[in-house]
Design a protein around this ligand. Structure first.
Ligand SMILES: Cc1cc2nc3c(=O)[nH]c(=O)nc-3n(C[C@H](O)[C@H](O)[C@H](O)COP(=O)(O)O)c2cc1C
Length: 192
């Protein structure tokens, strides 16, 4: 099963990197596989330091901002207990991990990870169609290099209806960020 998470790692200069990633997990999370694209900074950081923290969160605005490089500031962080990487204080649960092995597959590298410390912080809010739609929209926004823009625009129309009906402010704000990004790309494409 793939669970959508946010991964923290340390960049070479010691700053914190946040990236949404979908690890393949068993239900107990003792081991899992991360599958970053070759271009990802998370991959580079994990190759260098071999450690990170995977967070389960229901904060879709954080996911959108991290995925599209629109984080105005980092969320509140606290020191990891077993790894030298900080955790996101507002996340529901997190798993501090160490890299066990890296297999250089194309286009996604396979990284086997072992959990070395688990933290439970707060309850997950529950299933929400708008949150799910924002997640799907965010994934499309990170694949614009190889997805036709017209298809993405069409999907966004469907997501908008669900988000309007079932979302709260966080989901609407997060979707607005994504829509603006797509609109900018559309305007650029039309100007060419
Ligand atoms: C819900 C979600 C799941 C994602 N899962 C992955 C993933 O498993 N692997 C990956 O390389 N990118 C994934 N992405 C895209 C990355 O988050 C995005 O490319 C990000 O900019 C990579 O950040 P980084 O370069 O700091 O690692 C996902 C995006 C979203 C919104």
């Amino acid at each position: 099963m793939i669970i959508e998470t946010v991964v923290t790692t340390l960049n070479e200069d010691g700053s914190v990197n946040l990236a949404p990633m979908g690890p393949v997990v068993d239900t107990d999370w003792s081991e899992f596989e991360l599958r970053p694209f070759e271009t990802s900074s998370t991959l580079e950081n994990l190759k260098r330091s071999g450690q990170g923290i995977v967070h389960i969160t229901d904060d879709v605005e954080l996911i959108v901002r991290a995925a599209t490089h629109q984080l105005l500031e980092l969320p509140a962080l606290e020191a990891g207990r077993q790894v030298d990487v900080p955790a996101i204080c507002g996340a529901c649960r997190w798993f501090e991990f160490r890299v066990e092995s890296i297999i250089e597959l194309i286009p996604r590298v396979s990284i086997r990870c072992r959990t070395v410390y688990e933290h439970r912080n707060r309850d997950f809010i529950g299933f929400n169609r708008a949150k799910n739609a924002v997640l799907e929209a965010a994934i499309l926004a990170t694949r614009l290099d190889f997805l036709p823009l017209v298809e993405v625009v069409e999907q966004y129309r469907r997501y908008e209806t669900v988000i309007e009906k079932t979302g709260g402010d966080q989901e609407r704000d997060a979707f607005e960020l994504l829509k603006k990004l797509i609109e900018r790309l559309q305007a650029n494409a039309q100007a060419k």
